[in-house]
Ligand binder design. Sequence first.
Ligand code: CO8
Length: 257
Amino acid sequence: MTYEVLKVNVTEGIATVTISRPQALNALNTRFFQEMDSLIAEIGARNDIKVVVITGEGKAFVAGADIGEMVHKTKAEGAEFSKAGQKTLRSLEILDKPVIAAVNGFALGGGLELALACDFRVSSSKAKFGQPEVNLGVIPGYAATQRLPRLIGLGNALFILLTGEMIGAEEALRMGLVQKVVEPEELMPTVLGLAKTIASKGPKAVKLVKSVSRRGFLMDFEAGCALESETFGSLFENEAAEGMRAFLEKRPPKWQG
Ligand code: CO8
């Protein structure tokens, strides 16, 4: 597929995906979701890509779903639009490679929902966060009502969801909505540095730590622990042995894959 809304750069195992519709503050339209679906499938199939970074061009990360495209929808079309977007974000969330959101500016509505589907978020000190749907008489449709309480607790989530007000990066850090705040010019160097660190680790361990954490988060504690033990054991057939041998032999590990 030819990408128009997304700019994709792959360097040293890191795919940087830039949402590029700055004239509309990168608002998410149908084309974005088509391109994202295709890109997620492509990235999933490429062994050379270890980590994905998502950011936005210009002053916004993403200022929401495209309001111009949504305004004329019927009840059935609205529900369909919501389901399709949820499916895309879910496939990003369960992609077997870590995904980091580099939040460069406004992350509002569907834009914050996109960031929530990433594994963690690093923010520019200038970024602003919010779920302004209630200002428009709607509710979030890409699972913020579900992901936000799970990530930052019900009180913080309802504060954001009910007021519809924007919060700054420091407030977002305090709530645990983002994991790190840096000056705007430090955003991409910091995120690419983190991506590089992750890409240098045992590739199977990285994939499995993501999937076991994410699957376990939705299970009861005992079932999650059982999943962890089983997965832990599976690594002794291959990579853990090499990582531990390399440690004992005082040499860097030679990862397969
Ligand atoms: N959709 C479409 N266009 C947008 C959007 C958007 N979400 N946000 C900004 N734009 C456009 C503006 O219309 C403007 O276009 P133009 O130049 O043609 O007038 C351009 O981007 C620049 O925006 P502004 O001039 O408004 O820039 P400012 O710096 O003055 O303001 C703001 C920046 C504060 C971010 C402001 O643009 C704003 O409030 N935007 C809307 C934010 C918002 O309400 N987002 C939530 C949308 S609803 C949503 O995301 C629901 C998700 C779930 C959907 C489920 C499917 C059913």
